[in-house]
Design a protein around this ligand. Structure first.
Ligand code: PLP
Length: 353
């Protein structure tokens, strides 16, 4: 028997969440599947999200793989290309590429092929991560206009705090101020903007997180948004014992019992992608009942409180997050975000669909 840890990916939930996005907008949807589809498996996630008009990802070889698997959607490389050689693949496989810096523009100038490339020009409207400053855009557009290898230009930007109240206003105004002068397609919205700010939708929306069933907003649950959890990380109890008052659990004795306590050990640790910083008290389900973790998370195991779970025994099912326990709650307890937990699922965890 393999170790009982397992990540289950719910195809129907992915499809449901894409429908939620569809209902919220009339724009074309570019499903963001970077980071192995936020840990859900690139090809299988793309298969479930087949109704999307496009996919956004980072690695040119992943895009090629997707194309070879039969995807006919627009496939956008979010950080563009990293070497002039990548341009060859981009043309050959009809990929779309972000252009965010002068080096990429220069590589493009040296690229001789005609009438083929789809480029997305990234505007830095305030995130200060990637992109041209708004005042540079006229020159960039002029340079592209005379370029024979370009079929189509889209202008895009990314918001730094669309998940907060009125978190897009300043950036949107900057972006619109410069891009309204062009007839190019535009794209600005991530999940949070898609759900909350219709004025950001434009031609293409780019949801990631919401498709995987997590809420981008701290004060609104995924359930309230109609989203269903896609990934359920589960395992089993592999040990159950009673400890006496004063005894502790795990490395450094971070949890000490005040009275006799029934505890269990779960086959899941930080080497599986569970956050090591999740403190005592992080929510967890045993036999479908909510309880809390105890003590420090080890590499391959963690402790749980079984005081109120009378029927718990070796072999009882444990849900770390997913069905019945939103990943956002675990993330919040561990001082991180759901994105990080989903992406961090380790390669050694078997994934089932
Ligand atoms: C990751 C990413 C997205 C998706 O963001 P979510 O918050 O997951 O919806 C959209 N656009 C860009 C440029 C991204 O890097």
């Amino acid at each position: 028997m393999p170790r009982p840890i397992h990540a289950h990916i719910d195809f129907d939930a992915l499809k449901n969440n894409l429908r939620v996005a569809r209902r919220a907008t009339s724009s074309r949807i570019m499903a963001v599947i970077k980071a192995n589809a936020y840990g859900h498996g690139l090809l299988r996630a793309a298969e479930a999200l087949d109704e999307a008009e496009g996919f956004a990802l980072l690695d040119v070889h992943d895009a090629v793989q997707l194309r070879e698997a039969g995807s006919r959607q627009t496939l956008l490389l979010l950080e563009g290309f990293f070497s002039p050689e990548d341009l060859q693949l981009i043309a050959e496989y009809d990929l779309a590429t972000v252009i965010h810096n002068v080096q990429q523009l220069t590589s493009l100038d040296a690229y001789p092929r005609r009438g083929k490339l789809q480029v997305w020009i990234k505007v830095n409207s305030g995130m200060n991560r990637l992109g041209f400053m708004p005042e540079e855009i006229p020159a960039v557009m002029e340079r592209l206009k005379s370029h024979s290898a370009i079929r189509d230009v889209t202008l895009m930007t990314h918001f730094s705090h669309a998940d907060e109240a009125d978190g897009v206003a300043v950036q949107l105004e900057k972006f619109n101020g410069i891009t309204n002068a062009y007839r190019a397609h535009c794209s600005t919205a991530n999940s949070a903007a898609l759900l909350r700010y219709p004025a950001t939708h434009r031609d293409w929306v780019r949801p990631g997180l919401m498709l995987y069933g997590a809420s981008p907003f701290p004060e609104t649950s995924a359930q309230q948004l109609g989203l269903k959890p896609v990934m359920t990380l589960s395992s089993e109890l592999i040990s159950v014992r009673e400890i006496k008052a004063g005894e502790s659990v795990g490395y450094a004795g971070m949890f000490r019992a005040e009275s006799g306590t029934r505890i269990g050990t779960v086959a899941c640790g930080y080497a599986d992608g569970y956050p090591r910083h999740a403190p005592t008290g992080t929510p967890i389900l045993v036999n479908g009942q909510r309880t809390r973790t105890l003590g420090r998370v080890s590499m391959d195991m963690l402790g749980v409180d079984l005081s109120n779970i009378k029927d718990a025994k070796v072999g009882s099912r444990v849900v770390l997050w997913g069905e019945g326990l939103p990943v956002e709650e675990v993330a919040q307890a561990a001082g991180t975000i759901s994105y990080e937990l989903m992406c961090a699922i380790a390669a050694r965890v078997p994934v089932g669909y």
